[in-house]
Ligand binder design. Structure first.
Ligand code: PLP
Length: 463
């Protein structure tokens, strides 16, 4: 044990000296090492389990070391581990066809699919499709939205902190308030607001002098609206059911495309294959990644309507990347598609999510001076940590609870355990819970018990 502790200390010294940290943030000092992952759990060097309610930001939704998906990867590794993307392999074609067919049935539109390696890259691809189809560069996106960290993805991600150091972003999105009803940007009440936020957005098109619209030409300067139907990094914010249908109508009437970023919420995180399905809206473009391969070999992708992406209008090679349709990623992703065709993940995530939400609501009732808001859609759940007034964001307490969860010394019925949480939200005071889909009711109960221990430990004066 002392030996492994010594090795870890040496690794930390090396990491401090040689890693740039440009690709990571250490939320804990010192940062945490893990040795093993299985199912819903990460394990540290002492073998202590950590119940994971983050699952790699929803990339590993089907569970760590999922046997069936790992086997698909190993099978491909032994058969066709590498292949230049100018050649075809079966899995790539079947995967595109599976997603294309599903979307045709869901959205009533034929379309095509292509692949890339990460979410941000697929977002970049979608921006090219939008620009190519419209000849315009300006887009709308939401405040609190997150679309990635490459240059173009940063331009449509709301946080200024991500752009601050990199000069002028000429194609920076116009950011629109998201219907975040617990903290309404217009200080309205959900019960009687009459969807004021949508009305305000539509007003932009009232006259040419509002700078968005030329009524004579019947044309907007804006090409598309980038949406996360349920905000991910923004804090698992769930909009009212009729917001997106209203938004789509406004966009359709102005010939503005809707690009649906499903990178975090796609693949049943929010109870449906695509989270937008919860709102009965058909987007023009869908971007996906993360759980597509259960976090195994990187793969992301984009689906667009035929008229936007057909090779006749979007020339071959427009978004080529060496690793874009890699054999390992496409093999796992195809197995994911088979898995979701066989098991009813809509029912699984909806039913378990409803149970989890009920338990969280009870937790909020027990600790109203700590938890300001809980909500959930499918297995995307949020717990907003607030001051005693139930509303003022309490980031310091959120950070303490996050760190204590990673201490690994909570009591799971006599056994030491840790809790892996993810902190998100506009005020960094929200636990965004994304448990594995195989989580059991007993583990949901355990998760809530561990959260309660964290509250009692970190906010003893408020319990
Ligand atoms: C909604 C959303 N879009 C885009 C991205 C960027 O994806 P990647 O980190 O794979 O580049 C993320 C990543 O968290 C995301 O949650």
């Amino acid at each position: 044990m002392t030996d492994s502790r010594g090795r870890e200390a040496e690794l930390l010294r090396l990491e401090r000296q040689y890693s740039s940290w440009g690709d990571t943030v250490h939320y804990l000092d010192p940062p945490k090492f893990f040795e093993r992952a299985e199912g819903n759990y990460l394990y540290d060097r002492e073998g202590t389990p950590y119940l994971d309610l983050q699952m790699w930001y929803s990339a590993a939704s089907f569970g760590y070391a999922n046997r069936r998906l790992n086997d698909a990867l190993v099978g491909q590794l032994n058969r066709l581990p590498q292949l230049a993307s100018q050649y075809l392999h079966r899995e790539r074609v079947e995967l595109a066809a599976a997603i294309g067919r599903l979307n045709a049935s869901k959205f009533g539109a034929e379309g095509r699919v292509h692949f890339n390696v990460g979410g941000s890259q697929a977002i970049e691809d979608s921006l090219k499709i939008v620009r190519n189809a419209t000849g315009k560069t300006l887009v709308f996106a939401f405040m609190g939205g997150y679309h990635g960290r490459t240059l173009a993805a940063s331009a449509i991600t709301s946080s200024y902190r991500y752009r601050r150091r990199y000069g002028h972003f000429a194609d920076r999105a116009h950011f629109v308030p998201f219907p975040y009803c617990f903290r309404c940007p217009y200080d309205k009440k959900k019960e009687d607001c009459g969807m004021y936020c949508l009305q305000q957005f539509e007003k932009n098109f009232d006259t040419e002098y509002n700078s968005f619209w030329d009524p004579k030409a019947g044309e907007s300067e804006f090409a598309a609206f980038y949406v996360e139907p349920v905000q991910g990094t923004g804090g698992y914010v769930i909009p009212p059911r009729d917001y997106f249908p209203g938004l789509k109508r406004i966009l359709d009437e102005r010939h503005i495309l809707m690009v649906d970023d499903e990178i975090q919420m796609g693949f049943f995180r929010a109870g449906k294959l695509w989270s937008i399905e919860n709102f009965g809206v058909s987007p023009d473009i869908v971007v996906f990644g993360k759980a597509l391969t259960n976090g195994l070999n990187p793969l992301s992708g984009i689906w667009a309507r035929e008229d936007l992406i057909s090779p006749d209008v979007f020339p071959p090679g427009s978004t080529h990347s060496t690793f874009s349709s890699n054999t390992l990623g496409t093999a796992v992703a195809l197995e994911v598609m088979h898995l979701v065709a066989e098991r009813d993940y809509e029912a699984i995530t909806t039913q378990k999510g409803a149970y989890f939400l009920t338990q969280l609501q009870a937790l909020q009732r027990r600790f109203p001076r700590v938890i300001g808001d809980v909500d959930g859609l499918g297995l995307a759940l949020r717990v907003e940590i607030c001051g005693p007034d139930g509303h003022t964001p309490d980031r310091a307490l959120t950070d303490r609870m996050f760190a204590a969860g990673l201490g690994g010394d909570l009591d799971a019925h006599g056994r030491s355990m840790g809790l892996v949480l993810d902190v998100g939200g506009y005020h960094k005071n929200t636990f965004t819970l994304a448990p594995a889909f195989d989580i059991t009711h007993e583990e949901i109960d355990l998760a809530v018990e561990l959260l309660e221990q964290l509250i009692r430990r970190c906010a003893p004066d408020r319990v």
